[in-house]
Design a protein around this ligand. Structure first.
Ligand code: GDP
Ligand code: MN
Length: 352
């Protein structure tokens, strides 16, 4: 594409047989970052940590997306922070804007009544466009066409632990489709009809419903605690996500997203991409296709995942006493009950 930066030459000219081999079999992975120009200092900090802990060894490209054009200053600054490729894309009005089936006046009234409840981002229009984009469109942006896996990054987050293996290769070799670090509970007021809408989608699409993993094979008990009557609001925090793009590009997810979109909940309520992704993945994937990245120490706002255990103290700069399991034991228990324990061994139990 025209605004793609040229590929940078590696400063290291020593190509060992191993690095050539690794390059030849490189997984098509990228970072994907939806961001505003004003958040440049925040993404500079995130990128410095990502490069230090992981990407300086692997050089996965960064895809920056924005609903407004990136400034030259933004582009040159982020490019200077990595030797990997950097790509910059703009969102069109399908990906960021009101679909014609949305009643914008009704949406405005809904925002006003939600604001009275004191819910975060209750009155924000841009936040709703953002959540809808992250739910249904980032994986269809043309700049992502060449990629099979993504790692979502946000400005102002921290990455604490040295990662010595190729995370994308791990996903591919182990047939993992959704990787997370933090699980939390959502404000139910933002998603009052989401669960019901997903259930009516399944009722109306028996062809899709009958191809899903069984309740025992899936992670559905992470998102419902009463056998499917209601949503328990547990979700993976999508500000960190490492995923297989084929999950979201699947016919089942595309139809589900379209159904959710047409129901209006992204605008009349304030459906977050985290509960949408989590419920969809819990229904569409098998338990074994999820991966808890215990070894990736991560912080977003005041919530942190910091791996517990002596082996991590030389690799990580975070304090394990701040591990998130102490913050939200409920969703951790939902996970322990649902996920195969093999990928959840270690110390999650200790921390709740
Ligand atoms: P929170 O994590 O739920 O509090 O939401 P954030 O404000 O962190 O937004 C999530 C991601 O979307 C971040 O990477 C933001 O930079 C990005 N984002 C949010 N709103 C906008 C927007 O209006 N325009 C653009 N370009 N990016 C946005
Ligand atoms: Mn954020």
């Amino acid at each position: 594409s025209s605004n793609e930066q040229p590929v940078k030459k590696q400063s290291d000219t020593q190509h060992t047989a191993l690095s050539l081999h690794r390059h030849a079999h490189k997984v098509k992975g990228c970072y994907v970052i939806l961001i505003r120009n004003s958040e440049l200092d925040g993404i500079a900090s995130t990128m410095a940590q990502i490069e230090d802990t992981f990407n300086s060894k692997f050089d996965y490209p960064y895809v920056f997306l924005n609903d407004e054009p990136f400034t030259d200053h933004f582009k040159s600054t982020v490019a200077s922070l990595t030797k990997a490729r950097v790509l910059f894309g703009l969102l069109n009005s399908t990906m960021w804007g009101y679909p014609d089936f949305i009643d914008q006046e009704y949406a405005a009234r809904c925002r006003e009544s939600m604001a009275e409840l004191g819910i975060p981002y209750a009155s924000s229009e841009s936040y709703r466009h953002m959540c809808r984009f992250q739910s249904g469109f980032f994986f269809r942006h043309p700049l992502l066409d060449e990629f099979d896996y993504y790692w979502r990054l946000e400005p102002y987050v921290d990455y604490y632990c040295q990662i010595d293996y190729d995370v994308f290769r791990f996903m591919k070799d182990n047939k993992k489709k959704y990787g997370f670090t933090i699980a939390y509970k959502e404000h139910i007021e933002t998603v009052p009809t989401l669960w019901k809408t997903v259930m009516s989608f399944l009722d109306e699409h028996p062809d899709i419903a009958k191809q899903l993993p069984s309740h025992n094979e899936s992670l559905i008990n992470f998102v419902t605690s009463d056998g499917g009557q209601t949503y328990n609001t547990c979700h993976f925090w999508s500000n960190f996500e490492v995923g297989d793009l084929s999950l979201w590009r699947s016919e089942a997810y595309l139809k589900l997203f379209d159904y959710l979109d047409r129901s209006g909940g992204f605008f009349y309520e304030r459906w977050g991409d985290a509960p949408v992704h989590s419920i969809a993945a819990a229904i569409l994937l098998k338990k074994s296709e999820f991966h808890f990245f215990n070894d990736i120490g991560y912080r977003h706002t005041s919530y942190m995942h910091c791996p517990v255990g002596d082996i991590f103290r030389t690799k990580c700069t975070c304090n394990p006493n701040n591990n998130f399991g102490k913050v939200n034991p409920f969703c951790v228990h939902q996970m322990l009950g649902s996920l195969i324990t093999q990928s959840l061994d270690f110390n999650m139990e200790l921390s709740c």
